[in-house]
Design a binder for this molecule. Structure first.
Ligand code: THU
Length: 129
């Protein structure tokens, strides 16, 4: 597991920024990109995709988690979420829960916090027995 200093944050932010530029956000005009580093060194990404039925909107993190599984699975160890300018965006509540599942509490978010700090006491499916 790489430590925070070993993570190439500039590269992750660049991928997130490029993803944000591809977002489909005609309703909010709020363009978001997410880029994640996997535990085997891949970079996965996603952008937000809105819908006329507003509640169906897919956040950038949803697309990134889909790309994680599409490209071979594994775990996210670090995630950058940004706008098209590269400035950090804090993940929404639902996406914090997605990041718990895809990366766990030690996954680093936007260089300075973790999923565990963003969502303490997260729901996890109870083990059987
Ligand atoms: N959005 C994301 O993509 N990720 C977040 O974590 C926060 C919100 C998107 C959803 C919607 O398209 C727009 O930002 C405004 O809420």
């Amino acid at each position: 597991m790489p430590s925070n200093q070993d993570i190439h944050w500039a590269e992750l932010r660049t991928v997130a920024r490029q993803a944000a530029r591809m977002a489909y956000a005609p309703y909010s005009n709020f363009f978001v990109g997410a880029a994640g580093l996997t535990d085997d060194g891949r970079i996965v990404s996603g952008c937000n995709v809105e819908n006329a039925s507003y509640g169906l909107t897919l956040c950038a993190e949803c697309g990134m988690v889909s790309d994680l599984h599409r490209s071979g699975g594994g775990r996210l160890v670090a995630v950058a979420v940004t706008g098209p300018d590269g400035n950090p965006i804090t993940p929404c509540g639902r996406c914090r829960q997605l990041l718990v599942e895809a990366g766990g509490p030690d996954c680093i978010v936007n260089e300075d916090t973790t999923v565990g700090a963003l969502l303490p006491g997260a729901f996890e499916f109870p083990a059987e027995g």
